[in-house]
Design a protein around this ligand. Structure first.
Ligand code: SF4
Length: 738
């Protein structure tokens, strides 16, 4: 039996549940992961990713030295034209070899090039992707660098691609966008709805709690999902709706609640506004109409409405099946209305709970890694907020931009001469996660300068000019904020490998270089007017942010040493706030917003007869940067297309056979799995595999308010293919560089 040198307690780097991990370390190597039974979130339980998915840290392809393209080393400005070095081709882009270098060279080149582009083309030419996998401190600093030095709000991250629709809807109706209650309060529910969330595979520990609520506490679960996901086995009712028909389905439930007088009028009168117009708008949403568009039997819609409305404590948990639609905002509003009508919000065991995907997507959003908000969701276009942050960052009055920035999806579509010229990507992978990847590739090739700060060179890093090697979660300190709003410690288990460095240190060193180029020494004032970049420890960074953001005001590393604390925490003696909105909503009254049904942008037709929908599988995570460099890859080694046996028979497809799936935007080849988990007419695959990248097919149509793409539904055709067609050599080449 191995005796560890130390056991480091930290937080899981995968999903938003935020399980506590104990990393057992011997000779600076993690050999085992456990979790304590008294861990506040997961009570000692871990899923396969948390328990076994850490070996990517030691993968030989991890990048441990800074790297730059040869043309940058050979002469900078004059030789920056990549076409002068056509040594190999990546996805049609002519490029040159990487050259390993030292940190000073890599950071100086980066600072010089960013400064040159900023001076020449101004703030609108600069953009940054922050990272929902990085710590709060990393994200706070990166958005600060772009806002304070480049004076741009072109700052965003992958929240745009998962829950932007939920965020906008909750902001409109309530004035706050996080989960209203904690996930473990599902154990207090009599009834709960799980909507558009394959919780078993996406948030496995929350799924355990949901099953416990049903099996041990007698709760009734309503599952709303086009697929027969595992939770259906535990559900009192399953509503298998056609993808993209949330608005008519939930509006019909609202109509039943109104017509059968199940409304909590006391709550509606005292806590909401707009009920009259809302009720009038429900006229057309009869259960029979909803059945005609969603496929869910009208009687089941009635049963669901009665179950939810008559419960003492009911809650709604939802996932990307609600938000990843061109009407994702309306879909989330349709759910919010149900809670308003019944008063199932503002008490323990109730609530509106969008389950956040990435480990720190909540925190990155809190830290202002978004184009419309400073940290603490303070609008960038409101003078009072800008003034607060100018003071905090030592920026002259009026210096910060009041203009709303570009979202992730817009940043790349603006990558052309006259638009965005320089992009900095920390830890994200748009060449896997954006919709319509063929179009994304054309955009990314238009950039003049791309910086990738990551642990591997992924599909997006293959296009970078400079690669800055960062460290994974187990080699740095900081905090993550989970889906419950619980701020928890991240701790280094061993030193960084090679020359890699924590993100916050890289950002500080780069920012200091940028300051010296952009804000030269002022002899009149005998000083250089700079924001602070010389932090001794991440805790100092959190304190700087918490001094201005009231939600985090009472959070210190000392207070979260053992169990974390759930914000809002307005002062140092406050115990945290697991349940929100007990008295009122941040906007005052909750607002009913009448809705119309707008179908998905691309319905099936004769040419493309299937609805294509995407999601995750248990063993993998997003673009696969971590899990595909882990032994987990052996457990689920290739992409699969789930297709109903009845559809497979019509199209002559056998289980395990290669199939070609094509949409109006691209095609992939992968193996078919015949399963009744998916409905007739709907096919599903996960988006983890670059060899069959699902987002080559998906539609880049956006929700007009949230700017989230319609990942959950587009039209495709499926044909039998040959095994020889399975690999996509161009994408393989991009990854195969390192
Ligand atoms: Fe990590 Fe999420 Fe699994 Fe918990 S449920 S171990 S946070 S991936």
């Amino acid at each position: 039996m191995i005796k560890p040198d130390r056991v480091t307690t930290t937080t899981c780097p995968y999903c938003g549940v935020g399980c506590t991990l104990q990393l057992h370390v011997k000779d600076d190597f993690i050999y085992k992961v456990t979790s304590p039974f008294d861990s506040p979130v997961n009570k000692g339980n871990l899923c396969v990713k948390g328990r076994f998915g850490y070996d990517f840290i030691y993968h030989p392809k991890r990048i441990l030295k800074p790297m730059v393209r040869r043309y940058l080393l050979d002469g900078g400005q004059e030789t920056v034209d990549r076409s002068e070095f056509p040594q190999f081709t990546v996805n049609g882009q002519r490029s040159t070899d990487w050259v390993e270098t030292d940190w000073d060279t890599a950071l100086d080149i980066t600072a010089d090039k960013l400064t040159e582009i900023y001076r020449r083309d101004g703030s609108d030419a600069m953009a940054v992707y922050c990272c929902a996998k990085a710590t709060n401190e990393d994200n706070y600093l990166l958005q600060k660098m772009y806002r304070a030095l480049f004076r741009t709000n072109n700052v965003d991250h992958c929240t745009r691609l998962c829950h932007a629709g939920s965020v906008v809807a909750l902001q409109q109706a309530i004035g706050s966008s996080a989960m209203s209650n904690t996930a473990s309060q599902v154990l207090l529910n009599d009834v709960f709805m799980v909507v558009g969330s394959n919780t078993t595979e996406n948030h496995p520990i929350i799924a355990l709690q949901m099953k416990e609520a049903v099996m041990k506490h007698g709760a009734q679960m309503i599952v709303v999902d086009p697929r027969r996901i595992e939770l259906v086995d535990f559900a009192a009712l399953w509503l298998p709706l056609k993808p993209g028909t949330n608005v008519p389905l939930f509006s019909a439930m609202a109509q039943v609640i109104v017509r059968e007088n199940l409304v909590n009028w006391e709550f509606v009168k005292s806590r909401t506004e707009g009920i009259e117009d809302f009720i009038a708008s429900l006229e057309k949403f009869t259960p029979e109409y909803a059945e005609s568009v969603s496929g869910v039997p009208a009687d089941d819609i009635r049963r669901a409405a009665r179950l939810y409305a008559n419960a003492k404590n009911a809650a709604i948990y939802w996932g990307m099946g609600i938000s990843q639609l061109s009407h994702g905002t309306a879909s989330a509003l349709a759910l919010i209305h149900l809670a308003f009508l019944t008063g199932h919000i503002g008490r323990d065991g109730t609530g509106l709970n969008p389950l956040r995907g990435q480990n720190n997507v909540q925190g990155a959003s809190d830290m202002g890694a978004m184009p419309f908000h400073y940290p603490g969701y303070m609008r960038v276009d409101e003078e009072e907020n800008a003034t607060k942050w100018e003071k905090a960052w030592n920026v002259e009055p009026g210096g910060l931009s009041r203009k709303l920035g570009l979202t992730t999806t817009e940043i790349l579509s603006h990558a052309h001469p006259g638009g965005v010229r320089a992009l900095y990507i920390m830890g994200e992978n748009p060449m896997m996660s954006e919709p319509n990847l063929n179009e994304t590739r054309r955009h990314i090739e238009q950039l003049e300068f791309l910086v990738s700060q990551d642990i591997f060179i992924n599909e997006s890093g293959a296009y970078a000019d400079v690669f800055l090697p960062a460290v994974p979660f187990a080699e740095k300190d900081g905090t993550f904020s989970n889906t419950d709003r619980r701020v928890q410690r991240v701790r280094a288990a061993h030193p960084p490998r090679g020359l890699s460095r924590p993100d916050w240190q890289i950002i500080c060193d780069l920012a200091l270089r940028l300051e010296s180029r952009l804000n030269p020494f002022d002899p009149a004032q005998d000083k250089r007017p700079t924001a602070k970049w010389d932090y001794a420890h991440p805790e100092e960074i959190l304190r700087e942010m918490a001094d201005v953001n009231p939600d985090y005001a009472g959070i210190t590393y000392e207070r979260i040493e053992k169990t974390g604390i759930i914000y809002p925490v307005p002062d140092l003696s406050h115990p945290g706030t697991p349940t929100l909105f007990t008295e009122d909503f941040p906007r005052g009254r909750g607002k009913f917003i009448p809705l119309d049904y707008v179908p998905v942008m691309e319905e099936p037709d004769d040419e493309f007869p299937f609805i294509f929908t995407t999601g995750r599988v248990l063993e993998h995570w997003h673009g696969g940067t971590m899990t595909r460099h882990s032994a987990l890859d052996e457990a689920y080694p290739e992409a699969r297309l789930e297709i109903h046996p009845a559809d497979a028979e019509i199209h002559g497809i056998r289980d395990g056979q290669a199939v070609r799936v094509s949409s109006r935007r691209g095609e992939v080849v992968l193996r078919a799995t015949l399963t009744e988990k998916t409905s007739v007419g709907v096919v599903f695959t996960s988006f983890h595999f670059h060899e069959a990248a699902a987002n080559l097919l998906t539609n880049d149509a956006l929700d007009p308010q949230a700017k989230i793409p319609e990942f959950k539904a587009c039209a495709v055709q499926v044909f039998p293919a040959r095994d020889a067609d399975l690999a996509n050599p161009e994408v393989m080449l991009a990854r195969g560089r390192y």
